[in-house]
Write a protein that binds this ligand. Structure first.
Ligand code: AMP
Ligand code: MN
Ligand code: MN
Length: 318
């Protein structure tokens, strides 16, 4: 066992009250990783609070332990852990004031070591994959409930085992989780395939304005679209995955209006030579080579103009 795993195991053993946090606009890996680690620590006798500042999206309410997720931390903690989260600001203010995480578990290439202990592996397909690998080394048991959460993280971050990050190890992990009795088909359907009617109408608004220029395929989702469709999330309802499937493009971008001064931008690199994490970084965001995001200040029109200009420059288009 590595020194880092030994240090983490000792820290976990010594702690009683543990807080687990993840990122705003949580995805399947954030939620699955949080629940898997939280349930495993509870099984080991720890008191665990799991906090997502944006709360739990309806699409993940079926996961074991999901009812325990809250939007604010309460009380004192011996240990604070972040999962799938690349910096303190991405916890959405749920990190107790003045505190740095004791343990950071993540796989984003842009993550800085902002914890006291940092388990960061950008080669991992998902934080859930990292956890599947290390939980036994930390003396924690993967029960069927924990396996369902880990599987959700694997399935969502690999878009159903089809990203280039899907290694033999990931497929072996999925096979091991299946052997524990996980209903992969149901988890896959619920987290990646099924949509609400409102989400599909929201997609429609975005798709009706789809544009392409200089290798960039892009669209925006406005507050008015959200209201008209009845979609309740502040995200793109995963429209970026649909737009990413469009042929003969190098980068896909979606702009989601948050309010009159903030826009959430998502990039997807559609060619192996494109590194969108570096582009997102120029806007204070981050992510992976092929998938990155940032929260950019400005009106929708301003942000769109700036982001398209700098993305074009990064692609070496005049
Ligand atoms: P998204 O476009 O939000 O689906 O995110 C794509 C990838 O970039 C995910 O791995 C996110 O965790 C990461 N990401 C998104 N927004 C940010 C941000 N503001 N800072 C750092 N990483 C981000
Ligand atoms: Mn995530
Ligand atoms: Mn992830």
């Amino acid at each position: 066992m590595t020194d880092l795993n030994t240090a983490i195991r000792e820290k976990l053993q010594a702690a009683h009250r543990i807080l687990i946090l993840s990122h705003i606009r949580p995805d399947g890996d954030a939620i699955g990783s949080m629940l898997a680690l939280g349930l495993a620590l509870q099984d080991a006798g720890k008191q665990v609070q799991m906090v997502l500042s944006d709360g739990l999206p309806a699409a993940f309410k079926h996961l074991p332990g999901a009812e325990q997720i809250r939007t604010q931390a309460e009380g004192e903690f011996d240990l604070v852990i972040t999962v799938d989260c690349s910096d303190a600001a991405r916890t959405g203010g749920s990190l107790p004031a003045g505190r740095r995480p004791d343990l950071v578990i993540d796989h984003h290439i842009t993550t800085e070591a902002f914890g006291s202990l940092n388990l960061i592996d950008p080669s991992a397909a998902a934080t859930a994959s990292l956890l599947t690998r290390v939980l036994p080394a930390w003396g924690l048991t993967i029960t069927p409930s924990i396996a369902a959460n880990l599987m959700t993280g694997l399935v969502t971050d690999t878009l159903g085992f089809r990203t280039s990050s899907t290694t033999p190890e990931v497929l072996r992990q999925a096979a091991d989780l299946l052997e524990l009795g996980v209903d992969m088909s149901a988890l896959y359907f619920r987290s990646l395939v099924r949509r609400t009617f409102a989400a599909a109408r929201y997609w429609g608004a975005g798709l009706s304005r789809l544009q392409r220029s200089n290798g960039i395929v892009y669209t925006s989702l406005t507050l008015a679209d959200r209201q008209a469709s009845g979609y309740s999330g502040r995200d793109d309802a995963d429209l970026i995955t649909v737009v990413s499937s469009i042929d003969e493009s190098e980068v896909a971008i979606i702009f989601v209006e948050q309010d009159s001064e903030h826009v959430k931008v998502s990039w997807r690199g559609l060619k192996p030579y494109v590194d969108v994490a570096q582009i997102a970084r120029q806007f204070g965001g981050g992510g992976h080579r092929a998938a990155a995001g940032a929260e950019v200040r400005g009106s929708l029109a301003e942000v769109q103009e700036r982001v398209l200009r700098l993305t074009q420059r990064a692609l070496n288009h005049p």
